[in-house]
Design a protein around this ligand. Structure first.
Ligand code: IPE
Ligand code: MG
Length: 244
């Protein structure tokens, strides 16, 4: 959800107004996602690197997060949403930590939508944390080294039990992943939109979903429609070789 600051600056407003509007837009987009019967949504609200921002901005974003958690508690029940907050919580206040734990517990059996809010999240952080826990489990004998495989490692991630994302949409015009879901996005389809997040609408969501449907996902397998192409070293062009 990138572009809050620039959205505000463009209007001559302070950056925090962009975050405020961005949080409201998220509320509307979650509704739209429910309407599309999408069962999993993960939003990048605050990264492990965002702690470097000016303290006043960080404080405001934390305040906004707390306020929205408070305000949306009823919606989790009403719309059968399971909330999970993924990221390093060590810099959160005790109050925020408790608030999150309570909401996660309250909503743990909800089935319609799993909403993961990545806050204080970093993909590399997540992998380091997984490696540490895994190493501890090996040391204590809870886990055998030979039992470590992809499925096992996944269970150690914040996102354990949640399927990999099919589609990533980044707003705000930048074309990078900024330490987001590094492991999980191995085969995710990427879509980059120039729109600042506060300008993102349910209609734009419809349009990105339509684009997604045109993507041909092969997960590294061959394209069956090209099966008749002779496989000889001379038919291998640089382009084919570069296509994983
Ligand atoms: C995204 O908007 C929200 C957060 C990262 C917290 P930005 O604050 O990054 O907005 P820009 O990129 O400066 O416009
Ligand atoms: Mg940004």
């Amino acid at each position: 959800m990138d572009g809050n600051g620039r959205w505000a600056q463009k209007r001559g407003l302070p950056r925090f107004m962009g975050h405020k509007k961005g949080a409201e837009v998220l509320r509307r987009i979650v509704r739209a996602v429910l309407g599309h019967r999408i069962p999993f949504l993960t939003v990048y609200a605050f990264s492990s690197e965002n702690w470097k921002r000016p303290p006043a901005e960080v404080r405001y974003i934390l305040h906004l997060f707390e306020r929205h958690l408070e305000r949306e508690a009823r919606q989790l029940i009403e719309h059968d949403i399971r909330l999970r907050v993924i990221g390093d919580r060590s810099r959160f206040s005790d109050r925020l930590r408790t608030q999150i734990e309570d909401l996660e517990k309250l909503s743990q059996n909800h089935k319609t939508l799993t909403l993961q809010v990545a806050f204080g999240y970093g993909g590399r952080d997540e992998l380091v944390r997984a490696a540490k826990t895994l190493a501890r489990d090996v040391k204590t004998g809870t886990l055998a080294v030979d039992d470590i495989d992809q499925a096992c490692l996944e269970d150690y991630l914040y996102t354990g039990g949640v399927p990999d994302p099919d589609l990533l949409v980044r707003t705000g015009g930048e074309q990078r992943i900024s330490n987001y879901l590094l492991w999980q996005m191995a085969y995710t389809e990427f879509l980059f939109k120039p729109t600042f997040w506060p300008d993102f609408t349910p209609r734009m969501l419809d349009s990105v979903l339509t684009t997604y449907k045109t993507r041909d996902r092969r997960f590294g397998d061959a394209d069956p429609s090209r099966e008749n192409i002779a496989f000889s070293p001379t038919s291998l062009t640089g382009a084919t070789l570069a296509t994983p």
